[in-house]
Ligand binder design. Structure first.
Ligand code: ZN
Length: 363
């Protein structure tokens, strides 16, 4: 009985030692599991959000950069954000307001009876000009040929010339083997007279932009408009022998200064087989003569890139627009690199027109 009792106690002790071991083991396992859970929780609570945050930060920075570029682009191209579904004429339509600003400015200048072209502003010294040309030639070594064509044409057009800068402008165009279009006016300065012929001789298109360019005279009546067109046509013919059939309305076809219905003026041009051209790209050189060459090009390229089709670029050949000439080398180079073909306006050129001729004259 005693033996049995003793054995039982020992047995109970053994069992209890076993239980303690198991319990310890069980606790160790729990601690291990708890640590593991703690680790997983830490990763879940800290590491995942941190990496998510990092990812989102990177993504946000990229989107921010893209947004900035888009905003720049919108500012450059004004209203031309969505170019894919826009026809050149639609684009031209949206330029009307832009042109108004320019028209108003021109009107302001002329209402004082002063043509910017004809005023006696100071010229730069010859030294400055020579340096500019040398720079241009230095940059132009490798860009005389174009290897890639993106299917779109760009027509560079210069209004209001000739000026004392026309020779320099023609030199730059020659250097880059580019032909342009000059919408000229009458200029009585003796030193600019040879430029009418030189524009033609160097392979550019000469076109009419009115004789006087004084809005109050050109648009006073249909008769005065007709007289003005005839005068510039005959003047160009006498100077160059070219029977010119291209016209650009001073202020564009959408100008708000004409006292006569523009349709009746268009009817006259149509009778005379004269095609009028507006523009769907512009540098803004007439709006603000303080714009730098790079700002002018940013403006032009914004429009050109946004245009779904061909681009007609409005620039000015004026005495206070030397930046326009300085901007040309980089503009031409960029256009060629991006695959645009630079052409002069010719008989088969599809015109960009802000206001279409409807064939009906309003009373
Ligand atoms: Zn003009």
């Amino acid at each position: 009985m005693e033996f049995r009792k003793k054995t039982l106690t020992e047995y109970e002790k053994e069992i209890s030692a076993e239980e303690i071991r198991e319990e310890k083991e069980f606790h160790r396992r729990r601690v291990r599991n708890f640590k593991r859970m703690l680790m997983v929780t830490f990763i879940a609570v800290c590491a995942i959000p941190v990496s998510m945050c990092t990812y989102l930060m990177i993504k946000m920075n990229r989107l921010d950069a893209r947004l900035e570029k888009l905003v720049d682009r919108v500012e450059e191209g004004k209203t031309f954000v969505d170019s894919e579904n826009t026809s050149p004429n639609d684009v031209a339509g949206t330029l009307v307001s832009e042109q108004m600003a320019y028209g108003d400015l021109e009107k302001g200048t002329e209402s004082e009876g002063i043509r910017v072209t004809l005023t006696d502003s100071k010229e730069n010294s010859d030294g400055t000009h020579t340096e500019d040309i040398e720079d241009v030639e230095g940059d132009s070594q490798d860009i005389t040929e174009q290897t890639y064509y993106n299917g779109k044409k760009v027509y560079l057009t210069f209004d209001d010339g000739p000026s004392t800068y026309t020779g320099e402008l023609l030199d730059v165009l020659d250097t880059y083997n580019v032909k342009a279009t000059f919408f000229v006016v009458y200029n009585d300065k003796e030193e600019v007279q040879p430029y009418y012929q030189e524009i033609v001789d160097r392979g550019h298109t000469i076109a009419m932009h009115s004789y006087s360019h004084v809005y109050d005279q050109v648009y006073a009546s249909k008769d005065s408009f007709v007289e003005d067109v005839e005068k510039i046509h005959d003047f160009i013919y006498d100077e160059t022998g070219v029977d010119c059939r291209f016209y650009r309305f001073p202020g564009g076809s959408s100008n708000q200064v004409s006292k006569v219905d523009i349709q009746s003026l268009m009817a006259y041009l149509d009778e005379e087989n004269i095609t009028y051209f507006d523009w769907n790209s512009l540098s803004g050189d007439a709006v603000d003569s303080s714009l730098t060459p790079s700002e002018l090009n940013t403006n032009i390229l914004g429009y050109v890139r946004a245009n779904a089709g061909d681009s007609v670029v409005l620039m000015h050949d004026l005495q206070n627009n030397h930046a326009t000439i300085e901007a040309l080398p980089e503009l031409i180079q960029t256009l060629k690199e991006e695959g645009y073909e630079i052409c002069p306006i010719e008989d088969d050129t599809i015109p960009v027109q802000h206001v279409q001729y409807t064939g009906e004259e309003n009373p």
